[in-house]
Design a protein around this ligand. Structure first.
Ligand code: CTP
Length: 397
């Protein structure tokens, strides 16, 4: 329930992306938010207020002369005592209205009448030419100057048949941005480098050695760092996870590739968090051709050599960032965790309690530092990731 207790006004303007607003309203409500929908006339051509009412459990407002509000001023009342104002989809026309402070219907009027401190975000959705038009770009610049958050758009296939920039961000991405808007910006201006996922060490062209890391914890930390205002670079082994919105990601396969990418990007980073489950060994005698069974069915003789330790090498750099390691221990976490922290030369080491965390959505952590250890009880990985970012930020100061 990432949005528990939050009150959000969701405005819909005219555009085919209105069909995605239904999913967005549902997602926001399921996350605990109370969602009040307001629709323009044009939006009602694409989706009905009945649908939006059914999804949010609240009657929709469409008319500035709506008599349901006691003082008959929905354009004022609807934005008092709320936590965020979101327009999704936001049409080119509505962006133009916002840029000029025009108000000729309920939604545009309540936008102009919103309290100054209320966070407001818009998710543009329109044809690529409309988006690229200098008039729209000028209006978008104006919105940014007015401290209105612009979510997207993204590039891709459009409903009109053309391809390019202008698609509304996917509802899950918009929701991520709303959640992010409510997080304290404790890492503002910081650069954070994170490794995540497993590595894959080839044996031959079609086989390899990997491990059960899903990347979920590392990706959750990347998202949490970005929510906290950091500039995040994620170096990821093979995973099936989507990149958190606003995070830059470089994909690698082997431990050696991960080492090279980290080393070439580490300069200027403020924090390095090594979450990846890096293979300790790689196969020294990788076969160029697929290993074949011989007539006796003998197993191939694999030889191994040690991979370089990315975390220990970053922690040994003269201008090192604040380094955080992870430990996957299958036994004696308290003793092994502190020993590993010393061996890696890092100020903070995070132990997974129990080694069965791989692939799960929940985790339980033990933090080791100079002052002993701190327990973060079993919780959703995203929640733990936010707690960990707060712990890192506190220790860095
Ligand atoms: N790590 C790394 N590079 C490696 C191996 C590990 O950066 N070649 C990092 C991991 O990302 C993690 C930490 O080191 O943050 C600890 O990894 P772990 O596998 O638990 O420790 P090892 O050093 O491999 O020790 P052991 O396997 O002996 O427990």
């Amino acid at each position: 329930m990432e949005l528990a207790g939050k009150r959000i006004v969701l405005g819909l303007t005219g555009g085919i992306a209105c069909y995605k607003a239904a999913e967005l309203a549902r997602g926001l409500s399921k996350s605990g938010a109370s969602v009040q929908v307001v629709m323009t006339q044009a939006a009602q051509q694409f989706i009905t207020p009945v649908t939006m009412q059914a999804l949010t459990g609240k009657p929709v407002f469409t008319d500035q002369w709506d008599a349901r509000i006691d003082n008959n001023m929905p354009h004022i009342d609807l934005t008092r005592d709320i936590d965020a104002l979101l327009i999704a989809p936001c049409s080119a026309d509505f962006i133009a209205k916002l840029a000029h402070g025009q108000c000729d219907d309920l939604l545009s009027t309540l936008c102009l009448a919103r309290p100054e401190a209320l966070p407001m975000m818009v998710a543009p959705a329109m044809n690529v030419e409309m988006w690229q038009n200098p008039a729209t770009q000028r209006n978008v610049r104006q919105l940014k100057e007015d401290r209105i958050g612009i979510l997207g758009p993204e590039a891709g296939e459009q409903a009109c048949g053309e391809t390019g920039m202008g698609r509304m961000l996917e509802p899950v991405r918009i929701q991520e941005e709303i959640v992010a808007a409510f997080q304290p910006k404790i890492m503002a201006g910081k650069r954070v480098l994170i490794t995540a996922g497993p590595t894959f060490e080839p044996i031959d062209p079609v086989r390899g050695i990997t491990n059960l890391s899903s990347g979920k914890m590392g990706y959750a930390i990347a998202r949490a760092a970005r929510e906290a205002g950091a500039d995040v670079l994620l170096v990821s082994g093979p995973t099936a996870l989507p990149t958190p919105h606003g995070v830059q990601r470089i994909n690698v396969q082997t431990a050696e590739q991960m080492y090279d990418v980290v080393m070439s990007h580490v300069s200027g980073q403020d924090v390095f968090i090594a979450v990846a489950a890096v293979a300790d060994w790689r196969v020294a005698n990788v076969s160029e051709q697929k290993w074949k069974k011989d007539e006796h069915g003998n197993a191939p003789q694999l030889q191994f050599e040690l991979n370089q330790d990315i975390l220990a090498d970053v922690a040994a750099l003269p201008n090192k960032p604040y380094c955080v390691g992870f430990a996957a221990e299958s036994e004696q976490l308290l003793r092994n965790g502190e020993a590993k922290r010393k061996r890696k030369g890092v100020p903070l080491l995070v132990g997974n309690i129990g080694h069965r965390t791989f692939g799960k959505d929940q985790n339980e952590l033990m933090l080791f530092d100079d002052n002993g250890h701190t327990h973060l009880p079993l919780a959703d990985k995203q929640k733990l990731a936010r707690q960990l970012i707060a712990e890192i930020s506190r220790r860095m100061h």
